[in-house]
Design a protein around this ligand. Sequence first.
Ligand SMILES: Cc1cc2nc3c(=O)[nH]c(=O)nc-3n(C[C@H](O)[C@H](O)[C@H](O)COP(=O)(O)OP(=O)(O)OC[C@H]3O[C@@H](n4cnc5c(N)ncnc54)[C@H](O)[C@@H]3O)c2cc1C
Length: 409
Amino acid sequence: MRVGDGGRHTLHTTATEFLQNNQPDWTDSMHQVREAISKICRKYPDEYWLDKDDKHEFPLDLHRDLAKDGWLGICMPQEYGGSELGISEAAVMMQTISESGSGMSGASSVHMNIFGLEPVVKFGTAEQKERILVPLIQGKEKSCFGVTEPNAGLDTLRLQSSAKKQGDKYVLNGSKIWTSTAQIAEKILILVRTTPLDQVSKPTQGLSLFYTDLDRSVVQVTEIPKLGRAAVDSNVIFFENWEVPGAELIGEEGNGFKMIMYGMNAERILIGAEALGLGFAALRRAAIYAQERTVFNRPIGKNQGIQHPLAESWMKLEAARLMLYLAARLYDQGHSTGEYANTAKYLAAEAAFEACERAVLTHGGMGYAKEYHVERYLREAMLPRLAPVSREMILNYIGERVLGLAKSY
Ligand SMILES: Cc1cc2nc3c(=O)[nH]c(=O)nc-3n(C[C@H](O)[C@H](O)[C@H](O)COP(=O)(O)OP(=O)(O)OC[C@H]3O[C@@H](n4cnc5c(N)ncnc54)[C@H](O)[C@@H]3O)c2cc1C
């Protein structure tokens, strides 16, 4: 407890004590993941995350604990130390980390491990996989992901960073924005253009992917002050004449876009799962507070104006959850189009945001105080609505691909 409660009965509960594990649609393996991850997260209560958020400190100890028990390789091949489980299990892992009270901060600290190296798993050579995946799964190295650029935004195909081949190396020039964890990562997976846009027959061609050292002697990394998820940094990075060995090119030169697209539906499912965790954590706190807080001689949760919005939020979160685990199951079964992954990410992010807003309102003035944690949740709940793909681009996708409507841009 951070401050005296002056006679008020306040609950500073450890969120994980209330994690439920009776989802009727989950497999045994998913329940086992839930159980094991919540056991680890129990060590990191809400107060820990508030402190990390205040101090802008990366949660290295959670990262270490998850690595120690092998969780950083949940979807990676067994021959490199992974568990080779599906996106369904990975989604349970990410939902549970977030739901433990860590929100997007805890989830983002390991997010890159779960889906981000998919291009290496799929398209890397055996030597690259051994060199890249093993230390990452063991938690000995951390990696960030550099795709977004200041001048291209969501229009990835117009990214301007370039790589020119010189002998057996490439020379990279350009910038990236929002690169998360670049303050602490030793490595980066980066997408740059190797053939100028006006020299390719299709804009999807000519982009290449490198996995290399984030060499701070040539790469300038500057943190962006931001609304929430302060424990995990996001950055602008600049690089000039950055020499990268040819052996660090992943897959075929010019094929990078196709390779990053490969992991995209998985990432949407995972971000959706993280959003769900945040929404359920907020709802739990709201329900506890509504039961405990007495005003006008009655617990505030007895008022339908408080109770009904929370009940509705549970239904919306649960509906999004069912969609999300359906999308995960279909992905694991080889379904490769994005309608369910996109829909799940959209619905989960919206339901989570609403649940977090309602949790703040349920707390009244105390919802605005850091000690009740819901203000941190609300700040973080904006993130899954914006990234890695915005709500508008998901609506564009459904409009075009599912409804067959004309492309609007
Ligand atoms: C905290 C955080 C962490 C991130 N981490 C990473 C990371 O690690 N690596 C990385 O590469 N990126 C990262 N990102 C970047 C993120 O993926 C982008 O912010 C996101 O893809 C949106 O791009 P943008 O910000 O450039 O928006 P813009 O492309 O500038 O778009 C701005 C707005 O215009 C709308 N818009 C644009 N075009 C259309 C259209 N045709 N139709 C309808 N609406 C449109 C968008 O939906 C959006 O609302 C992160 C972002 C944040 C906020």
